[in-house]
Design a protein around this ligand. Sequence first.
Ligand code: V55
Ligand code: FE
Length: 519
Amino acid sequence: MANNPDEANMGPELGRRAFLGAATLGTGAALAGVSAPAMAATPSPQVDFPSDPRAFGGGAPSANNRAEIDLYDCEVEGHLPTDLDGVFYRVGPDPQYPKPAQYSGDIPFDGEGHVSMFRIKAGHVDYRTRYARTQRWKAQHEARASLFGMYRNPMTDDPSVKGLSRGTANTQLFVHHKKLLVFKEDSPPVYMDPWTLETKDDYYTFGGKLGSQTHTAHPKIDPMTGEYVSFGYEANGLASKDVRVFSADRDGNVNWGVTVQAPYAAMMHDFAVTQRHVVLMVTQMAANLPQMQAGGVHFAYDSTLPVYIGVLRRGGDGKDVRWFKGANLFCTHVMGAWSDGEKVTLDMDGGEGNQFPFFPSVHEPFDPVKAQGRIRRFTIDLSRKSNDTYQVETLYPEITGVLSRQDDRFHTLPYRWGYLNAGRGWAIFDHATKTSQMVTVPDYALSEMTFVPRKHDAPEGDGYLIGVGSSIKEAGRSDLILVDTKDVAAGPVARVKMPFKVVGQVHGFWADARDLPAV
Ligand code: V55
Ligand code: FE
């Protein structure tokens, strides 16, 4: 499990079956539906997920979770700080229905979003999970069957769902203007009640002001203004090069928006915001229309395409956008970013090759060594008027991992502390001293970590890392683990002992109670 980037990327729950199967194939192509694996059709109407772990929703019996759960007052071991008051939210794909045989090669990223929350207050923890009631979820629930075909390929859908949102709300969530917004980057957010997880709006457009058919899974909050800054790529239809960039004030009113053109249509999973700039990254995971027409997934990795980093001014008209070229690194997540005058610094995790084995590579087989993520520090000098190139330096080259994070209160600002899921543990980086520490939990596989401030106004990096661990010796039974960032050596300060394996996740988010609606 240790350093398999695919495993770590999805967290252990999803990784185990869906990803190892893919890695042993050596290529994502067979999985991605270009040539669907030969599997017997299931003529009976019952719900019967495939046993082949390479198939969508496949693997050991009950590999999918699907259970919506309320568990009041969970068992806690250790010392859960009694002054913590907030919610740790998580979300990940959890297949609702098996796919028909011709789409059983669909990828894990296409499962329906299942949201979970750990409400922490006064040393008590209540757990709740609900599927996001997306348009897609509701149609499939009614039909008791999968109606949407391959990952982000509307050409493979059942005709009955034409016009419905394909969004799964399975990637990340965020609390802003007292709303829990749940994201899939091909569609607008789904708004859920932050306490009950009731879906309030299956297609949330910021009062009609979104200006895009899509919305990233990784918006940012400007801590100086409370603004929400976000974007959507493929903003105006399948494989469109339009990128919508916008911001909303602390009450959710859109106060800025521009549409710029990317050099080509490709996955732009995360982005960075500084006090002055918005930074976009075009990866080589390109939208591939011929592959979609052949019934495959949306993207294919093309190593011959250049990587671009785009920079535009916040609040401008977008005409200043400049696209910079440089070393071809496939980065997925932003650790932090800031502007110093005309110089932009951007830290991301990323590798030299395709990060996702289940997306086909056009030119070469998936290479797990090249996929290994390291912290890449990009610098872009906007004062140079020609030769639009970025510089890059690898920080902490000895540590590999994925899903980088920071203290979320320091989005847009110069920052000191960064976090990375390093497979064998959570790495904590101190950029001031250029040192790292590793949080390990013996016999547990760790999902992504999220930083929780010790108090709402604690200094940067002073608090806890929180995240779910799967007990390797107990068939994946889950603990919610809390580690003090200032005393890593002490091991977890508290563990919430869940009586089962909790639903898997891609990402998690901590919301302080003061940012949640009054109960
Ligand atoms: C990612 C995850 C997605 C997706 C695109 O981790 C990129 C990156 C869970 O879905 O659709
Ligand atoms: Fe992500």
